[in-house]
Design a binder for this molecule. Structure first.
Ligand code: NAI
Length: 404
């Protein structure tokens, strides 16, 4: 059991931003930071020395790993996605997983704006031609974006930010989402994706990867898009059928495309990039960098480090992706016990009986549950919190107990 007297040790893999390291050290935590990821067997050899683990997208944390490292207090994904972590296993072991869902939203939206203008003015090809010594001064086929219509598919964090930026440039914005979303500014929802294809001069995709979005843009959808329109994908590579897109570009049905994500992407910068889109005119290809800015990296570091600090020092689990969310006030004069337990009948009665038998006064109590676990936080006055917590930790229903 971890108590308030323990020195918290944090292992960060995959080159986490120095800002996060500094922030965590300033809180008095011991931080070990490695630039590479570690394979599971190697990580298992060292993880017993740490209370908290921070990773990015290349470290896989399987059920096997989590069961063996069940002493961990928390895991942080210093990125957006968390599918590299077995979230269900972590939940059952009482380990909240934090990520940084909004940190690179603006970075993606800004890149899409740049791509719309670049496609509309043929900047990619003209830049390449100038580098090759070719002077192609011509207005033919080059347009302003002002007054054109942008169709956003998926009006979530990125889609809605893009909507605001695009309107500021004088575009009309329409969007299609499977969920009813509040339109920002003058943006207008359309009822079907076909309606969006019919009207949009630019179609920009901002949907998650789900069975419904897999290959959602194929030959038929491309044929429904306006002649000469542009397609932008900075969401997930599986959303577009690449061969159909190649055909639509070669036949000049589409005026161009900007693609940042691909069905198969190189695993590292040393691998070469293969795609049938290579070499096509007015096609901007980027190596999955929509969210890759210095600002986003720093914001990710700040967001996850803040979540760790609030959880370790205070017990707050707000923003955890796999765990009952509790946003707790600071506790100064009290002792706080945090207990994760199996969500079965009778647990609260058992815990309260233990506390009552110590003669302690419960000054505040918070509880949040999901289908598997319950998370109870108690602020105690006049109590020996560590001893009380130790008794709670011996209950059969106990998953994890600590004091802060
Ligand atoms: P979000 O979850 O805030 O928004 C996604 C939206 O898509 C939601 O409003 C949802 O209701 C909607 N949606 C889901 N299924 C749909 C469907 N079948 N048709 C229409 N709408 C649908 O996600 P966020 O943060 O805006 O990210 C969007 C995408 O961008 C994700 O795929 C994410 O992985 C990707 N992304 C790419 C980055 C890059 O570097 N290129 C960086 C960050 C995110």
């Amino acid at each position: 059991m971890t108590t308030l007297k323990d020195k918290i040790k944090i292992l960060l893999l995959e080159n986490i931003h120095p800002f996060a390291i500094e922030k965590l050290k300033n809180e008095g935590f011991e931080v070990v930071s490695e630039s590479a990821s570690l394979p599971e067997e190697e990580l298992l050899k060292v993880i017993h020395q740490f209370h908290v683990l921070g990773i990015r997208s290349k470290t896989n944390l399987s059920k096997n790993f989590i069961e063996k490292a069940s002493h961990l207090l928390s895991i942080g994904a210093f990125c957006i996605g968390t599918n590299q972590i077995d979230l269900v296993a972590a939940n059952k072991k009482g380990i909240p997983v934090f990520n940084a869902p909004y940190s690179n939203t603006r970075s993606v939206a800004e890149m899409v704006i740049a791509e719309m203008i670049s496609l509309s003015r043929n900047l990619g090809d003209k830049n390449m031609q100038a580098h090759q010594g070719k002077w192609n001064k011509s207005a033919t086929g080059c347009y302003e974006v002002r007054g054109k219509t942008l169709g956003i598919v998926g009006y979530g964090h990125i889609g809605s930010q893009l909507s605001v930026l695009a309107e500021a440039l004088g575009l009309n914005v329409i969007y299609y989402d499977v969920v009813k979303k509040l339109p920002l500014g003058n943006a207008k929802p359309v009822r079907t994706i076909q309606e969006l294809f019919k009207q949009a001069d630019f179609v920009s995709l901002h949907v998650p990867e789900t069975p419904q979005t897999k290959n959602m843009i194929g030959a038929e959808e491309l044929a429904n898009m306006k002649k000469g329109s542009f397609l932008i994908n900075a969401s997930r590579g599986t959303v577009i059928e690449i061969d159909a897109l190649v055909e639509a570009l070669k036949s000049r049905h589409l005026g161009g495309a900007a693609v940042d994500v691909f069905p198969v992407e190189p695993q590292s910068n040393s691998e070469s990039f293969q795609s049938p889109l290579r070499g096509l005119s007015n096609v901007i290809l980027t190596p999955h960098i929509g969210g890759s800015t210095e600002e986003a990296q720093e914001a990710i570091g700040r967001e996850v480090a803040d979540s760790f600090i609030k959880f370790i020092k205070n017990g707050s689990t707000r923003g955890a992706v796999n765990f009952p969310n509790v946003d707790l006030p600071a506790h100064n004069k009290t002792l706080r016990i945090l207990n994760v337990h199996k969500n079965v009948p009778g647990v609260l009665k058992d815990i309260n009986e233990i506390v009552a038998s110590t003669g302690a006064n419960i000054s505040a109590q918070y509880l949040a549950t999901d289908s598997e676990i319950g998370y109870i936080v108690m602020d105690l006055e006049n109590a020996e919190a560590v001893e009380t917590a130790e008794r709670i930790s011996k209950l059969k229903t106990n998953i994890k107990t600590r004091t802060v």
